[in-house]
Ligand binder design. Structure first.
Ligand code: ZN
Length: 165
């Protein structure tokens, strides 16, 4: 996992700061994030995962790269389904997560304009996963203690690797 912060790095638990507007600096960060996302075969990346505690996410769910600043969910469907999710910050771990199927999000785009987007299915899961990262929420927060017990040895291994530096 090149350039990616791995669990239990404490930055993954910090709430990210909103950005006031899209500057050259934030655009440079998002460009770098897109490169890192592709280099690691990811479909989404949140700035804290590269050590930057700012509200920036990048996603590509098959429609090309997208950059979103300050994304927030403004509507979610009652209907939910479960999808197996992985995370670049949790190598070799996937867990089934129950989330709304459809959401509507609001964000600041690269041209400094407030935009809205309605998405469903896998794309909706990707956005929810990345927005979680901006709030310090990780995939292990969505699973039952039983499921957590199943992946516990993998988590312990990551914790050991982290403390070994
Ligand atoms: Zn993730």
């Amino acid at each position: 996992m090149r350039n990616i912060r791995i669990y239990p790095d404490p930055i993954l638990r910090k709430k990210s700061t909103p950005i006031s507007n899209a500057t050259k600096e934030t655009l440079d960060i998002s460009q770098k994030m897109i490169e890192i996302m592709y280099a690691n075969d990811g479909v989404g990346l949140a700035a804290p995962q590269i050590g930057i505690s700012e509200q920036i996410i990048t996603v590509d769910y098959g429609e090309g790269p997208m950059v979103l600043f300050n994304p927030e969910i403004i509507e979610s469907s009652e209907e939910k389904n479960e999808l197996e999710e992985g995370c670049l910050s949790f190598p070799d771990i996937t867990v089934p997560i129950l989330r709304p199927i459809k959401i509507k999000i609001k964000f600041l785009n690269e041209e400094n304009k407030i935009s809205e987007l309605s998405i469903d299915n896998i794309a909706a899961k990707v956005f929810q996963h990345e927005i979680d990262h901006l709030n310090g929420i990780l995939i292990i927060d969505h699973i039952s203690s039983l499921k957590k017990a199943i992946i516990n040895s993998k988590l312990k291994k990551l914790e050991k690797l982290y403390s070994a530096g």
